[in-house]
Design a protein around this ligand. Sequence first.
Ligand SMILES: [Zn+2]
Length: 638
Amino acid sequence: MSAENRTSWFVCLCLFTALVSAAFPATGQATSAQPIRLSVDATRAPQKILHSNLQIPASPGPLTLYYPKWLPADHSPDGPISNLAGLRFTAQGKEIPWQQDDVDMYAFHLDVPKGADSVDVSLDFLLSAPGATIDFSASGSSKLLILMWHEVLLYPAGRPANQITFEPALRLPPGWKFSTSLPVASQSGESITFAPVPLDLLVDSPVQSGEFTKVIPLTPGGKPPHELDVAADHAWALDIPAELVEGYKRLVAEAGALYQSHHYRDYHFLLTLSDNTIGLGQEHHESSDDRVPERTLVDPGKRLLEAGLFPHEFTHSWNGQFRRPEGLATSDFQQPMRGGLLWVYEGLTTYLGTILTARSGLWTPAETRESLATVASTLDHRKGRTWRSLQNTANAAQILYFAPKEWTSYRRSTDFYEESVLIWLEADVKIRTQTRGKRSLDDFCRAFFGGPDGLPVIKTYTFDDLVSAMNATAPSDWAAFFHERLHSVDPHAPLGGITGGGWRVVYNDEPNVMIEADQQASGNGDFTSSLGLVVKSDGAILDATPGMPANDAGLSPYMKIVGVNGRQFSVDDLKRALQDAKANSRPIQVLVSNIGSFETHDIVYHDGLRWPHLERVNGTSDYLDDILKPLAGNSPAP
Ligand SMILES: [Zn+2]
C-alpha cells in the first residue's frame, strides 16, 4: 500500500502460499482440476484498460466464480471490484446469463450449459490515477504498468487457492519490457507465457513492465540471485546513484546475516519511479512492489524518507510471508482475515526494517535516532491512545487503513506499525540487558525465521508460538510484557526501549531531520509536539490534538487557517509566530475559515518550536548503538 508521512511506515501485502491447505468445503458446482488459462492483454494499458480472457474448466450445472476480495495487500476486504467492467461469460460459443450475488458482491453465479466442459470469461479492468484515497487500480501510466493478477481474474469457488492452477499469459505494448519473479515458459516479442502456477503464488507475483526499464544485479553470480528491477516514466530516472546500489547490496548482505535463511528461489526488488501510480510498498515472497515518486532517488529529502522501504518489504519475505499469523493465512481470497497479530507481521517488520536500514548504511545512526525520536514523539502525542489500545488498532486495521488523515491523533491510525517499533526495541534491549549482551533479538530472528531454504512456503504461528520463541531466546514473562503494552490506555507511549538503550527523548527548537524532510516533501507544517497541530501548505487543518493548545483554542480538522497574527497564512509565518510568542505574553491569533464563516481564535502557547531528538544518557550502556551496527562485516557508507 502506501508509504505514509513522516517516518515512512509501509502498509503492505501478504498473500497465500503453497503450504496453506486448510480444510475447505466444496461449494457450488464441482470444477475440474485442470488448469485455468488466463490471457491478459495489456496493450491498451496506456489507455487505462486491461483486457482479460479466462478459460475455466467446468461441468454442467450451477457455478460460482469469485473476484478476489480480501487482499492481503491491505489486510482488508477491498478488492477493486468497482473497476471491473465488460464482464461476459460464454460456453460453446453461446452467451451465458449471470448474476452477482445479492449479499456477497464478489461472487458471480451462472449455469454451465449441458455438454460444455469449460466457461470462457471476458472482462476488462479499468486503471485509474492516484487520488486522495487508497486506490490499487492506480497501477499504470502511459509508460509503465504493474500488473496485479488479482485485478484481472475470477476463480471458482470450492477449492483453496493453492490447489487451483493457472496458466497465465501476458501481452505488453510494443517495446515494453518486464520483470517478475514468475518463471517464464516462453516469450515471443511482447507476448509472454508463464509456467503453470497455483493461484496463491500467481497473485503473489506481480509483473512490472514499461518502456523505460533497467535491471541491476545485486548479488552477481551469487545464489540465490537478487536483482533491482527499475521502471520509470522517463529514461533519466533510471540513472540510479551508484552509492545507492551499493547500499542495496549491503541490505541483502545484512538481511542474510540477520536471518541466515531465505525462503525464495530468487528475489526481485521491483522499483517503480512514477508520480502516476499509487505510492506503495507491497511485500511478496519472491519480490516486492515498491513504488515511489519519480524524483525520490535524486532528491535527498525524499530519498531519506523512503530509505526504509526496501528493508521493510524485504523483511516481509521472512516476517509475513514465510512466518504468518494464523488469522492472516486464509485458504482463499474470500475468507475474512483477523489482524490481531499485525503488531508482529507489520510491527516487528517495521522494527527490523529500521535497524536493517541503519545496518546497511541507508540511514546513518544519527538519522535512525531522528526517526526513532519522531516515532516516539508522534505516539506520545496520540490522544486516541487513552481510549483505543494498540491491540485494537491491529484488530481494526481494515477500518483504519482507509480512515481519513483528519483527526488521526484522536482516532488513532494503523499505529501497530510505528508503536511496535518502540515495543520491539524494548524487547531487544531487555534481552541484551538480561543476557549481558550475549543474546539479542537477532537470535530470535534466526530461530523464528529459520527453516528449509529456497522455496516460497508458509509456516503459521500463534501468540503462544511467538512467546515460546521469545522464551527460548531469553526466559521472561513475555506474554505479560506484550499484553501490558498491547492493551494499555496510558496517555504516554512506551519509551522503555529508548531509555533502556541508553538514550532519552528531548525536545528543542533544532529541526528534526526526518520531520524537516517530510515537511519539505509534503509542504505540511507539523506542529505535533508544540501546538498539537498538523496543517497543509494551504492552511487546511489535518489534525488538532484534543488537550493541546491549538484544539484548546477552538481549532479542528476541516477548518482552514487563512491568517496568522494579521498576516496571510503560510507554514513559515506560523513557525515565526511560535518563535515570536516565546518572547512575549500575547496569544497567537489565527483567522480561520470554518465552512463559510470566518472566525478568530487565540492560541495560548509560549514554548516556541519543539522538535524531538534522542539524547545520550551518560554512564549507561549504549545498546541502541550496538543494535544499529552492521552484522555482515562490511562497513556502511559514511
Ligand atoms: Zn509491511
